[in-house]
Design a binder for this molecule. Structure first.
Ligand code: ATP
Ligand code: MG
Length: 202
């Protein structure tokens, strides 16, 4: 089983969810494109949470949209040639949102279409999430990408989650609460308490 963890935006908690999911599924974690190498990278965080981490395909210096970060580093991301590692199970984390560019020709959503893997869409629960979530679902479905369901992140917001799942005709997989402290132990506990691993088993 391989799946993609995508999000409605950058900075919404994809890495925290993906790392926790990888640990719970005993899956490898893979971030194909890391833009920004200062501080703790997503892969380093996932490793700190206890996930088995595979090396990124592209490590770009600047914290920018991957197509721009690549240009600044003088490289081009070959989205059509990007090979998914053999590892199984595998959790793949995208960068940014679903229409984040990888190159001048390709968006992350184009890569997801080519990979033909189920996508978990992460969304925050705070104000604005209905619009971002429904737009992201439309963009994925317009490309024929199969959406496994929504993983919400943040404080409970039952009405917004319901609106997204009703309008978006999408399964609610669960909600990862805001964790303080955020440790390997608190993350593992929150993932198993709030998500059913059977949902990710297909
Ligand atoms: N459930 C949570 N509990 C506590 N802190 C969280 C949680 N989810 C996210 N955070 C914090 O919020 C910040 C952004 O989260 P994260 O790095 O997972 O976002 P992202 O969507 O992966 O961003 P990017 O697009 O850069 O990959 C981080 O500092 C992270 O530790
Ligand atoms: Mg991330």
């Amino acid at each position: 089983m391989k799946l993609v963890v995508a999000g409605t935006d950058t900075g919404i908690g994809k890495t925290v969810f993906a790392a926790g999911l990888a640990c719970a599924l005993k899956a490898c974690y893979w971030k194909p494109v890391q833009a920004g190498l200062e501080g703790e990278t997503d892969s380093a965080f996932a490793a700190r949470m206890g996930a088995k981490v595979l090396p990124e395909a592209y490590r770009l210096n600047l914290p920018m949209s991957p197509h721009l970060a690549a240009a600044k580093d003088g490289v081009q991301i070959d989205a059509d040639g990007l090979a998914v590692p053999d590892a199984d199970p595998l959790v793949i984390e995208t960068a940014g949102g679903v229409l984040t560019p990888l190159s001048d020709q390709r968006l992350f959503a184009d890569l997801m279409r080519r990979l033909k893997l189920p996508v978990v869409l992460c969304a925050r629960t705070s104000l604005g999430t209905i619009n971002h979530s429904l737009l992201s679902l439309e963009a994925l479905r317009a490309r024929g990408v199969s959406v496994l369901g929504m993983a919400f992140i943040g404080e409970a917001n039952v009405e917004s989650e319901k609106s997204i799942c009703d309008f978006g005709k999408v399964k609610r997989l669960g909600r990862l609460p805001w964790l303080d402290p955020l440790t390997a132990q608190s993350l593992a506990k929150a993932i198993t308490e709030n998500f059913d691993m059977q949902d990710f088993a297909s």
